[in-house]
Design a binder for this molecule. Structure first.
Ligand SMILES: C[S@@+](CC[C@H](N)C(=O)[O-])C[C@H]1O[C@@H](n2cnc3c(N)ncnc32)[C@H](O)[C@@H]1O
Length: 411
């Protein structure tokens, strides 16, 4: 018998017996299949994708390692001007039906432009998870953010090895946390090219590139094969849909039978009255400042989930609690809510005073042509959002954490 070793037909690192290779090739296959379906899209949609990609490249450049103010100062100034005007063109103070119809019809381009101009502001204020959380006494901001993500993963029943879809994944903060927490594999879906690049960059930077991929797509028209994912979650993202049954129907389609979908949804609560002018103004401030074509009610969300076939296992408004620290505390400007010394800087950036300082700082930088034109307009629109969110939270008219846990029936 010879002891000479024979080179394996498939190199060991590329063998399916190698768990890392098996995992990454499954993730690659899903993202490649989705990308190949892109070719079947309408020419109009393909053109839009191409345009968005080129525009994002032009605006942000190749280097996505910078964040916050440093990234804002590096934008291509002409492209920034165009991005801001593209976004703000639908936000002219009008709340009538016609203005609303235009926003709904242009949801894709307008959300893409919105995240082109706010992503660096978000990272500056909030880090890489773009959502609110419940806050407990003594718990710092980052702990609260992670716990809020863990809770959703727990509610969805995400387990070791599950293939999970993150709908509207931002720059991947929640996906990285949930992947570490559960050891699942994640595909992040996003229609903003800059955020996708950043999410892939962070995955690699933090050594999670074998566990996740971030892909371009519109959650109203997903390109994954039906019955692909074990679990799906969405955090404060599906509110950008022009119609909730559209995005929920797509989630239902790509989820495996018996699979679970868990979401923190932004909705107007049962206290909200669309015909009350003060209420409508609060909803409009949230829409304009957050790139949302229309805020829907809790009831609309429930009907939409049921209409596409989901069985709702749980629904709970996590904002409607006796929490001593409200979810909107980072925007409130109330120093009494700060829990730890390490949160002072975060609170300063997100609070009213901090926002005034940042806006005035940007005003000076824009005047001396260091900051790209439109930076102050963006800061002002985020200010409307903050005002609407705090008013909506204080009056109990709005929640950013309506938790729905739903199952796709087995048959
Ligand atoms: C408030 S951010 C939340 C991001 C992320 N879930 C997090 O918590 O960090 C909303 C996200 O939804 C994405 N989004 C909005 N409309 C979308 C669409 N039509 N298709 C896919 N993603 C979309 C945005 O690009 C953004 O990443």
């Amino acid at each position: 018998m010879t002891t000479e070793s024979v080179a394996p037909l498939v190199p060991e690192e590329k063998s399916t017996a190698n768990p890392t290779y098996a995992k990454t090739s499954a993730l690659d296959k899903i993202s490649e299949t989705a990308a190949s379906h892109t070719k079947e899209l309408d020419t109009e949609v393909q053109e839009l994708r191409k345009r968005q990609n080129l525009f994002a490249q032009d605006l942000h450049g190749d280097d996505v390692s910078r964040t916050g103010i440093t990234a804002i100062l590096r934008k291509n100034k002409d492209a920034q001007k165009e991005a801001v005007s593209k976004y703000l063109k639908h936000w002219d103070g009008l709340t009538d039906k016609e203005a609303e119809e235009k926003r709904l019809a242009d949801y894709n381009e307008s959300t893409h432009s919105y995240y082109n101009v706010v992503t660096d502001f978000y990272e500056y204020g909030w880090g890489t998870s773009f959502h609110f959380s419940r806050y407990y006494p003594g718990e710092n901001f980052q702990q609260a953010t992670a716990r809020h993500e863990h809770y959703l993963a727990h509610q969805a029943g995400i387990q070791d090895g599950d293939l999970v879809l993150d709908v509207g994944c931002g720059v991947g903060g929640p996906a990285r946390e949930i992947a570490r927490f559960t050891n699942c594999n994640v595909i992040g879906l996003n229609n903003n090219d800059y955020q996708i690049k950043k999410a892939n960059y962070y995955a690699k930077k933090f050594g999670l590139q074998d566990q996740m991929r971030f892909v371009k797509g519109d959650f109203m028209n997903m390109e994954f094969e039906p019955n692909t994912f074990d679990k799906v979650y969405a955090i404060e993202a599906t509110c950008h849909a022009p119609e909730l049954s559209g995005v929920y129907g797509e989630i239902y389609k790509v989820l495996k039978p018996n699979g679970v979908f868990a979401v923190y949804e932004w909705v107007m609560t049962d206290k909200y009255d669309e015909n009350n002018e003060e209420h409508r103004k609060i909803a409009y401030d949230i829409e304009v400042g957050d790139g949302i074509p229309k805020m829907f009610s809790r009831e609309t969300a429930v009907k939409a989930l049921e209409s596409v076939g989901f069985e709702i296992l749980k629904q709970e408004d996590l904002a409607n609690t006796e929490d001593p620290v409200p979810w909107y505390y980072p925007l409130s400007g109330n120093w009494k809510y700060i829990q730890t010394l390490s949160d002072v800087a975060t609170f300063f950036r997100t609070s009213f005073i901090g926002r005034v300082v940042t806006t005035n700082f940007l005003r000076v930088l824009e005047k001396v042509k260091l900051a790209p034109p439109g930076s102050v307009d963006v800061a002002n629109s985020l200010e409307s959002a903050a005002v609407g969110l705090v008013a909506g939270g204080e009056k109990g008219l709005f929640t950013p954490m309506m938790l729905f846990v739903c199952r796709k029936p087995a048959n």
